[in-house]
Design a protein around this ligand. Structure first.
Ligand code: NAD
Length: 363
């Protein structure tokens, strides 16, 4: 792999490799961009097929965080770390303290949090070595309510765009996955009088949503075939794919799951079928807003208000898509890039303020 070519292709700032064999630690921290603020992104612990795969994942995820923070209007850059797991069981404390030292070495240019394969307990070990960590005990807690509120507002924006009316009373919404986010989303939708059809592989979760919200349950695979107004994927990525696009009988796809489109072309496939798609990293930014609120000592209400702003952001993306004749997913990337380009201009508030140096945290 040509590392500098790879970094230059998407304007990544910095890559840090850290090794502590005694702790079994092999970590990569990718900082994509710090124009708007310190790079924030979780730590992923994963067994990669190769070092190249780990590097590619770190670079791709870090870039995604830059776009997500920018479009959500947060003064944060994008970064991500990956720890390369192997087959040997590891002492988590030693592993994550080693990671904490790696994070600390960057002096605040990068702030970490939980991600796939890591937990609040792991972040406590990280915290023993560095203060550049969020999502710890006593912090902002479960991000799901903020995420769900942002998704709910994003769905209202979709309804406004599609039907000229953001009201969801009487609208039929299908929800795939009623876990942390899906359950809270159902609560908000039910409170507004939406009709719910849900699916989950966990029968306990299904029963709870049926009981509490009067939702109709269908088998997990049947959720794609239910005729409804809105489909909200809140379980897995890649659910909009060659197998499912043709089956959807809805006007709108808008949910919390990350990377809903199996490939970018599935965004075009939805558009061709006249289905409006809310780009996932735009509509599910409530979790990141929650972490940002933690870093800046925001109240729950303030975080919720900021998450509610996702309504306007989603409408802005749709407007850009219409103006440029592109899909909403492409438009979201353009809007995010525009925010970064504007911020890099000499004279802008962000220019040079934190681009290449550590940033102090207000908490
Ligand atoms: P979760 O694990 O609490 O919930 C996911 C639910 O999906 C579970 O109840 C699970 O049983 C169900 N599920 C799994 N496979 C399924 C299938 N094939 N069909 C139907 N249901 C299935 O996770 P979560 O925290 O609610 O997150 C949901 C999605 O939103 C994930 O993709 C996550 O990456 C994304 N997301 C979450 C947050 C957050 O704040 N939690 C923030 C941003 C994005």
């Amino acid at each position: 792999m040509q590392i500098f070519e790879e970094m230059a292709a998407f304007r990544h700032d910095q890559l840090a490799f850290w090794s502590e064999p005694a702790a079994g630690y092999r970590g990569i921290i990718a900082i994509h961009d710090t124009t708007l603020g310190p790079a924030l992104g979780g730590t992923r612990l994963w067994r990669y097929a190769s070092e190249a795969d780990a590097l590619t994942d770190a670079l791709r995820l870090a870039r995604g965080m830059t776009y997500k923070a920018a479009i959500a209007g947060l003064k944060l850059g994008g970064g991500k770390s990956v720890i390369l797991a192997d087959e040997r069981p590891r002492d988590r404390e030693r592993l994550f303290r080693a990671h904490g030292r790696a994070v600390e070495s960057l002096g605040g240019r990068y702030i970490t949090a939980e991600d796939v394969g890591t937990s609040v307990d792991d972040m406590e070990f990280v915290r023993a070595e560095t203060r550049w960590v969020a999502g710890v005990r006593g912090g902002s807690g479960d991000p799901s309510p903020a995420t769900a509120h942002g998704v709910y507002q994003g769905i209202r924006a979709c309804a406004q765009e599609r039907y000229g009316d953001s009201c969801l009373e009487g609208r039929h919404v299908t929800v795939q996955g009623v876990g942390h986010v899906g359950y809270q989303l159902c609560a908000e939708l039910a409170a507004e009088g939406a009709r719910l059809t849900i699916a989950d592989i966990n029968t306990g979760s299904v029963e709870r949503a049926v009981h509490e919200f009067g939702a109709t349950a269908v088998a997990p695979e049947a959720i794609y075939d239910v005729p409804a107004d809105i489909f909200a994927p809140c379980a897995l990525g890649g659910v909009i794919n060659d197998r499912t696009v043709a089956r959807l009988r809805v006007d709108i796809v808008a949910g919390s799951a990350n990377n809903q489109l199996a490939e970018p072309r599935h965004g075009n496939a939805l558009q061709k079928r006249g289905i409006l798609f809310a780009p996932d990293y735009v509509i599910n930014a409530g979790g990141l807003i929650n972490v940002y609120g933690e870093l800046h000592g925001w109240s729950v209400e303030r975080t919720r208000r900021k998450a509610a702003g996702i309504y306007d952001v989603v409408l802005n993306v749709f407007q850009r898509a219409r103006e440029d004749g592109i899909t909403a997913a492409e438009a979201a990337n353009r809007v995010a890039l525009q925010i970064l380009t504007d911020a890099r201009r000499p004279g802008s508030a962000e220019h040079g303020s934190c681009a290449r140096r550590a940033v102090s945290m207000s908490t």
